[in-house]
Design a protein around this ligand. Structure first.
Ligand SMILES: N=C(N)NCCCC(=O)O
Ligand SMILES: [Zn+2]
Ligand SMILES: [Zn+2]
Length: 326
């Protein structure tokens, strides 16, 4: 979209019932209908990297279905994300479910193509394995990025059954590959049993800071967001959100649930507190709808993606305004 074109927004739900027609994210146009997008929402139906319950391959479409009720104005950020920038649904990246290495390559190549058009990515997973190829692609464009990782788990383990690419290992690979800015790495929402204390020592050596789920409860969302914002500064930021960062009460539909998690309100409030960060792309992963009830998890995931999309749209609009003023 050039600067003077009006973005094409969602279907008007006061004219076409919101439950009618095929679901795109937030009832937005498809990418092929608008040509190019400032923010491309893409699904990655891949769950061959999971260690426990499968089913996240259906997560992207469940989030799209649950996103039918999103409305165009976001009062929490005082912004209309789909009017500020062209946001469009780029459909799914077709990845090989039988060959993880090939799937990882396919995700990276598809992300390269989309980022090459100038779009930022809002990816709907899929299991957490896919964060690695997404980060590789983002780092090709921006250099090593700051990472904010919301998850019950560290996902910095080494291997499972000898496999390097799994949903428990993407961030160790990313650190090894030098694609993360190790001065600004944080996990948020971490909790639950580990294999040993060494897991934490290794993680700290990689450069991660940890805000546990109990820290969020004790200190509150605003203080946590302030601390994270200071650590991130103006570095290019990637946010990866494993929906299991939420308590199973708020996100039962996921593959490796852990008790004692954040509420969806806490997650959304922390994200809103990060609105001034330079968010270059983001993912929401690990929604496994077969374990969900009443779309609890996919509704939470759709609102999470909506906040992230709003942050990106606001920044795109602000950058456009800046460059027009010059
Ligand atoms: N990324 C997610 N959701 N889970 C990782 C769990 C790895 C394990 O089974 O130890
Ligand atoms: Zn997790
Ligand atoms: Zn994870």
């Amino acid at each position: 979209m050039s600067s003077n074109e009006t973005p094409r927004g969602p279907v008007d739900s006061s004219r076409v019932p919101r439950y009618a027609g095929p679901a795109t994210f937030a009832r937005l146009p498809r990418l092929d209908e608008v040509g190019r997008a400032d923010v491309a929402v893409v699904g990655v139906p891949f769950d061959s990297g999971v260690s426990y319950r499968p089913g996240a391959r259906f997560g992207g479409n469940a989030i799209r279905e649950a996103s039918r009720l999103l409305r165009p104005y976001n009062p929490a950020q005082d912004a209309s994300p789909f009017a500020l920038a062209q946001v469009a649904d780029g459909g799914d990246i077709a990845v090989n479910p039988f060959n993880i290495n090939e799937a990882v390559e396919t995700v990276e190549a598809a992300a390269d193509d989309l980022l090459g058009t100038g779009a930022r990515l809002m990816t709907l997973g899929g299991d957490h394995t896919i964060a690695l190829p997404l980060l590789r692609s983002v780092a090709k464009k921006h250099g090593p990025v700051a990472l904010l990782h919301f998850d019950a788990h560290l996902d910095t383990w080494d291997t499972y059954f000898g496999a390097e690419y799994t949903h428990g290992t993407p961030f160790r690979r990313a650190v090894e590959e030098g694609i993360l800015d190790t001065s600004a790495l944080s996990h948020v929402g971490t909790r639950g049993p580990l294999y040993g204390k060494q897991d934490l020592t290794d993680d700290e050596k990689m450069g991660f800071g940890i805000v546990t789920s109990a820290d969020v409860y004790r200190r509150g969302a605003d203080e946590v967001a302030d601390q994270l914002r200071q650590r991130i500064g103006d570095r290019p930021l990637y946010i990866s959100i494993d929906i299991d960062c939420l308590d199973p009460a708020h996100a039962p539909g996921t593959g490796t649930p852990e008790a004692g998690g954040m509420t969806s309100r806490e997650l959304l409030e922390i994200l809103r507190g990060l609105a001034s960060c330079n968010l270059v792309s983001a993912d929401v992963v690990e929604v496994a709808p077969a374990y969900d009830h009443a779309e609890i998890t996919s509704v939470a995931a759709s609102h999470t993606a909506y906040e992230l999309t709003t942050i990106m749209s606001r920044q795109i609009a602000a950058a456009r305004k800046d460059s027009e003023a010059k």
